[in-house]
Design a protein around this ligand. Structure first.
Ligand code: AMP
Length: 279
């Protein structure tokens, strides 16, 4: 497994790789969720490149950029056990030059980028599409794999690829959960034992949505019941609970078979957690 820090070297080296090159972009602090993406990638192609980069432009001013977990040594050890061809680990200067503010940026699709996390994290998805476009230009992947955990991000990247004519095929990989249902996330490390228990209400609420939609087809009615359920843990502060069309994030009034997205974002203490199901 090759570790590359330099942007130019990575670009030159990736050009020589044989088709298909599969990219798994991450921000590190790897867990089984990330590794499931890597394993999916190895099924698609011999050349798997994993990027590890905590992208500053997708963090808001009062967010957790500085304390975001970083553990490169452990990440590299985990990736060594998978069939990874190369790990790209640039530093911020390598990627953005001396002045972060003085950069060409891409704006995420206006509508998709304004919903869900876009509403509470202004500019977040612009940072995401900009770094993804840069990674695509550096690594030139035939396939890139993203997790359903960040479903809105996946839709926005699909749109980026379509709108800017990237030749990369974008695939989604399912959410990996802890045994008790909590979606794996690098941010779970921030949780105290009590908060970890409280966080379970997120998955339980999504599981309840699945059950409710079997009988009740009215989105408004189900949403009220889900909100009530979520309020059973009053320590958890709701950012959003939204039920939308999974294809395009449009509002829906009635359940749509296999295309009803229930997405939740909450704060547990200072930690923001997201999760979703498509029913
Ligand atoms: P991150 O390091 O959080 O930016 O995530 C890198 C990639 O891993 C993204 O495509 C995420 O959607 C995906 N990912 C994160 N957590 C999970 C999970 N629990 N299951 C599946 N994919 C995940």
């Amino acid at each position: 497994m090759k570790t590359i820090k330099d942007v130019k070297r990575c670009q030159q080296w990736c050009r020589r790789l044989r088709w298909p090159v599969v990219l798994v972009p991450t921000m590190g602090a790897l867990h089984e969720g990330h590794l499931s993406l890597v394993r999916k990638a190895t099924k698609y192609g011999k050349n798997v490149v994993v990027s590890i980069f905590v992208n500053p432009t997708q963090f808001g001013n009062n967010e957790d950029l500085d304390k975001y977990p970083r553990n490169l040594k452990k990440d590299l050890a985990l990736l060594k056990k998978e069939k990874v061809t190369a790990v790209f680990v640039p530093d911020v200067k390598q990627v953005y030059g001396e002045d972060l503010a003085d950069q060409t940026t891409i704006l995420a699709d206006k509508y998709l980028g304004s919903k869900l996390c876009g509403a509470s994290r202004p500019g977040h998805f612009d940072g995401v599409v900009t770094i993804v476009a840069k990674l695509f230009n550096i690594i030139n992947p035939d396939i890139a794999i993203f997790g359903q955990k960040d479903y809105q991000q996946f839709l926005i990247i699909k749109k980026l690829v379509a709108d800017l004519n990237f030749p990369t095929k974008v695939l989604m990989s399912e959410i990996v959960r802890e045994e008790d249902g909590l979606a794996m996330s690098s941010r779970n490390q921030y949780l105290s034992d009590v908060q970890r228990m409280q966080s379970l209400i997120i998955y339980k609420t999504l599981a309840l949505a699945k059950i409710l939609f079997r009988e009740e087809k009215n989105v408004g009615a189900v949403k009220q019941l889900l909100l009530k359920h979520l309020r059973r843990v009053p320590e958890i502060r709701l950012d959003y609970l939204s039920i939308l069309d999974a294809k395009n994030l449009l509002e829906i009034e009635k359940y749509q078979k296999k295309s009803t997205l229930v997405a939740i974002a909450v704060f547990v203490g200072k930690t923001r957690l997201i999760d979703n199901v498509i029913i």
